[in-house]
Write a protein that binds this ligand. Structure first.
Ligand SMILES: NC(=O)C1=CN([C@@H]2O[C@H](COP(=O)(O)OP(=O)(O)OC[C@H]3O[C@@H](n4cnc5c(N)ncnc54)[C@H](OP(=O)(O)O)[C@@H]3O)[C@@H](O)[C@H]2O)C=CC1
Ligand SMILES: O=C(O)C1=N[C@H](C(=O)O)C[C@H](O)C1
Length: 249
């Protein structure tokens, strides 16, 4: 058997981190070498080939820079990344050839396909809006997935020369029309009982297409996380979105 990939998990006690720990322990080709939580010294991850970060938006970027310095590939599921923080990672990686960082707002395969399908359809519909629905313990809104979805939809519409979705609203109670992500309206629901869900609504005169994805359990993210761990080392530089490992990018 070829050598196993040594893996460190950051945020190991969290909802996602604890599920990731079990998935890594269950994979024959992976070896769990470190589990870290808030307050732990990041140098414990330096012996890993790949670190997986499911922490909190406030710390994920500094974790990634420290891991790049240590020459460790990183698979990042934590949300909260914007264009500036991604650009800083891209610049850092330019000085560390061979190191790969994968940031994916959603590792559930169905969610990645839902985003890709929505981007393909978006240029053919007059109206499009995104609704994301999550458990009430989530700290960020809208979800990273919804922002990634809206950005892909907006890019597809711009490339096709399609204008904004029609909207006659001139009077609005703050927030009633959701957040504006690159011109696409995104609405966030927080409800006990939910895990992670997204609907993309596309409308034309007389018809509606609804693309919906549901993660009922955090195990849904594990095949994508493990795919990322196995492939990040052969994707040096920054990769944003699991779609690039599924030939959908
Ligand atoms: N990409 C994807 O597919 C998915 C992404 N996510 C994202 O993953 C992130 C985590 O979600 P979730 O697991 O639900 O959140 P949790 O709050 O359950 O877990 C976060 C964990 O990170 C720990 N932590 C905080 N600071 C540090 C640090 N500096 N170093 C190491 N660990 C730290 C927390 O510890 P403590 O509580 O002690 O502070 C906690 O255990 C979120 O951004 C979420 O949006 C979630 C699901 C899927
Ligand atoms: O916090 C969560 O739970 C999730 N976060 C990610 C996001 O913000 O998109 C992925 C998934 O939706 C679950």
């Amino acid at each position: 058997m070829s050598e196993r990939i040594k893996v460190a998990v950051l945020g190991a006690a969290g909802r996602m981190g604890s599920t990731v720990v079990r998935a890594v322990q269950g994979a024959d080709d992976l070896e769990l070498v470190a589990t870290l939580d808030a307050g732990d010294d990041l140098s414990a991850a330096a012996g890993a080939d790949v670190a997986i970060d499911f922490t909190v938006p406030a710390v994920t970027e500094s974790n990634v820079h420290a891991l790049i310095d240590a020459g460790v590939h990183v698979v990042v599921g934590t949300t909260g990344w914007d264009d500036e923080s991604k650009a800083r990672v891209r610049d850092h990686l330019a000085d560390r050839p061979g190191v790969g960082v994968l940031i994916a707002p959603n590792f559930a395969l169905g969610a990645v396909f839902a985003m890709a399908f929505a981007a393909r359809a978006a240029a053919w519909f007059e109206s499009v809006e995104v609704i994301e629905l999550h458990h009430p313990d989530k700290v960020d809104a809208p979800s990273g997935t919804a922002q990634h979805t809206a950005a892909a939809i907006a890019a597809a519409r711009t490339a096709a020369g399609v204008g904004p979705s029609p909207d006659a609203t001139t009077q609005e109670l703050d927030g009633a029309r959701g957040a504006d992500v690159d011109g696409v309206r995104v609405h966030a629901v927080r409800l006990r009982g939910l895990v992670a869900h997204e609907e993309i609504l596309l409308g034309n005169a007389g018809e509606q297409l609804t693309i919906r994805h549901d993660s009922f359990d955090r195990v849904s993210f594990m095949p994508g996380v493990l795919l990322g761990v196995r492939q990040v080392g052969s994707h040096p530089g920054l990769t944003v979105g699991l779609e690039h490992l599924l030939d959908l990018g």
